[in-house]
Design a binder for this molecule. Structure first.
Ligand code: MG
Length: 402
């Protein structure tokens, strides 16, 4: 029997057997280790493959998303809902320019305009309006402008000819590259982002308020030009607000870049001021009474040479001296109260709001958020007997009553 054989084996025979067993065991371990190593390598390759695909998929998805317009509609999509039709109220036109306006066209001549090639404007000016001449090209303002409030009056041609984009098409190009569409959109269907008062190819108007062909209608446009840094990078996109026939149709929208047909064009740095142009799209659209106001910078830089005001830190007992009830010494005899809230004094003027008073000296406190001051009258013992309230160039005497 085999068992008996193993029991009867000599020590030498047993050592050989044990050595063979160890070798066999070692070989098996080596094979197992190799298998694990190979398995691990396979796992790593699989993970690398999966990760690569994941990255590739993410990049593809991002590219797809980046190809979408911010509105998620592709430009000129006829499936995009049309804005509601609103009949505008009667308007008194023309609207006279205010005293600070730059008048670009008062109905008499085209002296403020030129053609694209730099020569005289080739449109016709007569009877108080200018009219686009087919094939003559755009007319371009001789002046250059950035941020503006722009008033334009226009009328679509009569008799009605054409349809969709071929009917009464022109455009107001701010800085020569941001088009506010001019189109006869009165009972004339076209894509939403190309009808009258659209930011062409980007934003449909909030409402279709077009008057019938031949009737004068108005655009009042507020335009903020884009801002670029010194390297040409975009700091702020352009923004547009439009009233069409007195109705809000663009509400401070942020442009994606210059407007275009078929192609999306990203911003490219350009000068702060550029001409305004009117489009020749082959239709005899009329314009009159064009004026603008140049707008000041968006951001108020704040007062020049600001002097920081001294702010005292007063202890509770010092603050408590001002706590009390006061009465205004004018006809309305209003009651004010000053109380301490921790390490702050608060006063209620004209209502429940408790306004923080900032101590600037023993006599004087300022309002935390408003350019108002309280100048206290102090008795010999330092107790306030009242104060004068300074606000908006006025002074109000106030006496302490408790
Ligand atoms: Mg146009």
């Amino acid at each position: 029997m085999a068992g008996e054989g193993r029991l009867l084996a000599s020590p030498a025979t047993r050592r050989i057997s044990q050595k063979r067993h160890r070798l066999a065991y070692s070989s098996a371990r080596h094979e197992l280790s190799s298998f694990k190593f190979i398995q691990c390598e396979v796992d790593m390759k699989r993970r690398l493959f999966e990760t690569t695909w994941l990255i590739f998929f993410a990049i593809s998805a991002a590219r797809t998303l980046l190809c979408q317009t911010p509105s998620q509609w592709k430009a000129h999509d006829m499936n995009r809902p049309r804005p509601p039709v609103v009949k505008p109220a009667d308007q008194k036109l023309p609207v006279s320019p205010p005293s600070d306006a730059v008048v670009l066209f008062d109905g008499r001549d085209l002296s403020q305009w030129r053609s694209q090639d730099g020569g005289p404007a080739k449109w016709v000016a007569a009877n108080g309006y200018m009219e686009s001449v087919k094939g003559s090209g755009y007319v371009v303002s001789r002046g250059t402008f950035g941020d503006v409030q722009l008033h334009v009056e226009w009328a679509a041609p009569v008799p009605v000819v054409g349809k969709s984009q071929g009917r009464g098409n022109s455009g107001v190009f701010l800085m020569g590259q941001y088009e506010i569409q001019v189109l006869d959109s009165y009972e004339n269907d076209t894509y939403a982002d190309g009808q009258a008062a659209s930011v062409y190819g980007q934003y449909p108007p909030l409402a279709n308020v077009c008057r019938p062909p031949g009737e004068w209608q108005s655009y009042d446009i507020v335009f903020r030009r884009p801002r670029f840094d010194r390297t040409g990078g975009l700091l702020k996109p352009a923004r547009i607000t439009i009233l069409h026939n007195g109705i809000l149709v663009q509400d401070n929208v942020e442009l994606w870049g210059p407007t275009n047909w078929l192609q999306h064009s990203p911003y490219q740095a350009h000068p702060d001021k550029l001409p305004i142009s009117l489009q020749d799209h082959g239709n005899p659209v009329r314009f009159r009474n064009i004026w603008l106001r140049e707008l000041p910078e968006w951001n108020d830089p704040g007062p020049a040479n600001v002097k920081s005001q001294l702010v005292l830190v007063l202890q509770s007992q010092e603050l408590d001296r001002y706590v009390g009830t006061y009465q205004r010494q004018t006809s309305n005899k209003e009651i004010y109260t000053i109380k301490r809230d921790g390490q702050k004094l608060r006063a209620n003027f004209w209502g429940p709001a408790e306004i923080e008073l900032v101590p600037n000296s023993e006599h004087e406190f300022s309002l935390r958020w408003t350019a108002g001051r309280l100048v206290f009258d102090l008795a010999a013992d330092g107790r306030p007997t009242g104060f004068t309230f300074h606000l908006g160039g006025e002074e109000y005497p106030v006496k302490r009553i408790e």
